[in-house]
Design a binder for this molecule. Structure first.
Ligand code: C5P
Length: 312
């Protein structure tokens, strides 16, 4: 049996250009891999079976159309020879959260299936399969801790990792947002961004950036997600939640990807946990249904998590 732990990401910056003719947008984004991962296993199925997938962990994660199965399909289209596989996916990364979970599962499935079938695809061919699965998949397929991601998502340039790591506190909603509808609202609002924050952060990372210094950059990252106006107009509760989080934690919060997950950066995971514990003691309706989750940048399982008490 082959095992992978597909990790989540947050977008530290996300600048978005105009809609292209193919419907996608030109992006410039710094992706940061974080310590929250699904678990994917792949083993041989009986010879007469088809590829199959079982999903556990979180309710509502579809089998049909799951990027794990789509990864097997596209590999078979290129190299139809492999024996049938049985995949098992244990979800921990919420779906439609802006954390890239489904894309990461797809990238891991490409990796495990090529291992299972003993095939060694040229990297250009794998890159093509990855972007064919989805815009976030090339980042996960590159298997790097931090990257500047450009184009539709297919240009991935590795950046140096955060020196000594960092802590991330996530505020994950039960609500999910469809990436396509957030981009559609973005087009209606029409506020494109050039991406100065992306350049500034990439430059700082290239110079060697510690967790505390990254946390100190929150001021320049706080407006650096061009999808915030669109996501928060589709999910207006995010505005109040973000304001509450900022006021109570005395720290700036950002949105990952197309949302709705909000996050704050701490110098260390211990400080992220302490920040989370402090927030969890304060009553508010703004956090109803939200799970707080403190992670480092590496461990597959988060260090601390707490669901917001619903009786607040
Ligand atoms: O590539 P993926 O299937 O993840 O994209 C989901 C949706 O997000 C697309 O259908 C498109 O509406 C939007 N998108 C975009 N520009 C990108 C990436 C995604 O418009 N670079």
């Amino acid at each position: 049996m082959l095992v992978a732990r597909p990790p989540a990401k947050v977008n530290l910056t996300l600048s978005v250009g105009k809609r292209r003719e193919d419907g996608y947008h030109e992006l410039r984004s710094v992706f940061l891999r974080i310590g929250l991962a699904d678990r994917l296993t792949v083993s041989a199925a009986a010879a007469n079976e088809r590829d199959e997938l079982a999903v556990t962990g979180l309710p509502g994660c579809p089998v049909e159309g799951n990027l794990v199965l789509r990864a097997l399909e596209v590999l078979r289209r290129d190299r139809a020879e492999g024996p049938p596989l049985r995949a098992s996916l244990e979800k921990q990364i919420p779906m439609g959260a802006g954390l890239g979970g489904g894309s990461s599962d797809g990238a891991s499935a490409l990796d495990l299936a090529t291992q299972a079938w003993g095939i060694d695809l040229p990297s250009a061919q794998l890159d093509g399969l990855a972007i064919g699965l989805g815009s976030d998949v090339p980042f996960f397929a590159a298997n790097v801790p931090v990257a500047l991601v450009e184009g539709r998502g297919e240009r991935v340039s590795q950046l140096p990792a955060v020196v000594g790591g960092a802590g991330i506190l996530l505020a994950i909603s039960t609500l999910s947002l469809s990436t396509g509808s957030v981009f559609a609202r973005f087009d209606e609002i029409g506020r494109h961004s050039a991406g100065e924050a992306t350049d500034l952060l990439a430059e700082a990372l290239r110079g060697g950036l510690e967790g505390a210094a990254l946390a100190d950059m929150a001021g320049s990252l706080s407006d650096a997600n061009a999808l915030w106006p669109a996501a928060s107009s589709l999910a207006p509760e995010l505005v109040e939640r973000r304001a509450w989080l900022e006021q109570c934690s005395n720290r700036l919060w950002m949105m990952s990807g197309s949302g709705p997950t909000l996050f704050a950066i701490f110098p260390s995971v211990a400080e992220a946990i302490a920040g989370g514990e402090e927030l969890a003691q304060q009553p508010t309706d703004a956090m109803r249904g939200v799970m707080l989750c403190a992670t480092d940048l590496e461990s597959p399982d988060p260090a601390w998590r707490q669901e917001w008490p619903t009786d607040h």
